[in-house]
Structure formats: C-alpha cells, structure tokens
Design a protein around this ligand. Structure first.
Ligand SMILES: *Cc1c(COP(=O)(O)O)cnc(C)c1O
Length: 237
C-alpha cells in the first residue's frame, strides 16, 4: 500500500498535538497545577482545512484564527463539524466586526470600546452570547494591539452590560523574549490584572497566555489557555 500524502500529514499533526498536550501536562505538573485547568487552543491560521481536520480527528475541538476572511471561508467548509469552537485571536478592523460577530464563538482580541459596541450590536439575537477576552498590551510595545492595563476596568464594565457579549477574561501577547524570567514577569503582570478583575467579576475564568515559544512560563504564571500554532501545524510561510 502506498501511503497517501494526507496520511503522512495526519500522523505528523497527530504526533505534534500529542506532544503539545504532553508539554502542557509537564509544565502543569512542575507548577503544581492540574493540567485539566489548561485548555489548548490550536492556532490554525494560514493552514489548510485538511490540517484542522487532522487535529479534529485526534479530538481537538478549540481552534484559533487571526485573519477574518480566511477564517470565515474555513468555518464554512467545516460547517458539518458543528462542535468546533472557533476563537478569533487577530486584530479586528471595524469593517470586519460583523463577520466576526456572526461566525465565531469567542473573540480574544477586544481592546477598545468601539469594537465591543459593534460586536454586541452585530451578534445575532438567536445566537448565544459571544465570549469575550479583553486583550491587554502587557509589555507596552508600540506596535502591538491590546489596551493599557489602566483601560481594562472601563472595557470590562461596558462588556459586562452587553446582552450579546459574555466577559470571560483576559488575553495578551507579550513582547517576544527567549529569557524565561522575562517571560514569567510579563505573564505575572497579566495574572495580577486578572486577579483584580475577578474580584469584580467572579464568573470570569479564562486567562489566555502562552504560545509555542513560552508555554512553560505562561503556565507557571497561571495561564488557563495556551494558544499553540507552530508546534502543532509547523512553521507558517
Ligand atoms: C499566531 C498566534 C499564536 C500562535 O503562535 P505560535 O508561535 O505559532 O504558537 C498565538 N496567539 C496569537 C494571538 C497569534 O496570532
């Protein structure tokens, strides 16, 4: 029997997914945390639908996408896989917010009132409330998206009053660093913001931080959701 290219593909993604879960389990154990408290979001941006299906076959259900049009096309192609939970994690332009409001289950990149307002108005009434994470610019880099830590309260207050939105927590993409201590410092800043927010909104449950490069640091600092792309699907071109 000649193996199909897709079979080879699937083995690769299956193996990588298994090691991603093993990595989370080990990091959780080292941090004396329960790995069941950490969700793996498979970041499939730029990757084909066949890759998403390969991960799905291994039981993966949470997927993250960053580019609206690409994501909407893939979501349509995968419409029969109705238990996939789609997270939008990229920057949101106003003119794309309706597509995001109509097609996703979560939006992790809400960083300004204008976008929160639009998402609330555009989320169809018959759909469940859109789960929202406020994206925080933790390392105060000019080029990155995310609100300042001082702006979290105002945004959270608005979102929590929106009938079509459900505040779930915070997300950040800190400045890239290969130094574990620096990574942990950034993530601890976000954890502090999260703890503070949770005193006002006890139902929030999601602290989305950690990517292929810094999963361990993020889990040490209390992440409940790591967003892994490269380590599962390979490098992006
Ligand atoms: C692309 C992306 C990821 C995944 O990054 P990797 O380094 O490939 O794991 C995670 N979060 C966000 C917001 C992204 O845009």
């Amino acid at each position: 029997m000649t193996p199909q290219l897709t079979d080879k593909y699937m083995v690769t993604i299956a193996e990588r997914l298994t090691s991603a879960y093993a990595r989370i389990a080990e990091a959780a154990q080292n941090a004396q945390r329960n790995s069941n408290d950490i969700t793996l979001l498979a970041v499939s941006k730029t990757k084909p639908v066949s890759d998403i299906m390969a991960a799905y076959e291994q039981g993966q259900r949470q997927f993250g996408e960053s580019y609206v049009q690409e994501a909407v096309d893939k979501i349509a192609q995968l419409a029969t896989f109705s238990d996939i939970v789609w997270h939008f994690i990229g920057p949101i332009q106003s003119n794309k917010s309706a597509l995001v409001a109509n097609h996703f289950d979560w939006v992790q990149s809400v960083d300004r009132l204008k976008i929160a307002k639009r998402l609330n108005a555009q989320r169809p009434q018959e759909m469940p409330a859109l789960n929202i994470l406020i994206q925080v610019n933790i390392s105060a880099e000019d080029a990155k998206s995310g609100c300042a830590a001082e702006e979290i309260d105002q945004l959270a207050q608005f979102i929590s009053q929106c009938s079509q939105l459900k505040l779930r927590g915070l997300m950040a993409i800190p400045a890239k660093s290969d130094d574990a201590n620096t990574q942990i410092q950034y993530f601890e800043q976000l954890q502090t913001c999260f703890d503070k927010l949770q005193t006002q909104y006890p139902h929030i449950d999601t602290l989305s931080m950690g990517m292929s490069n810094d999963v361990e640091a993020a889990i040490t600092a209390g992440s409940t959701m790591v967003r892994i792309g490269t380590d599962i699907f390979g490098t992006r071109t």
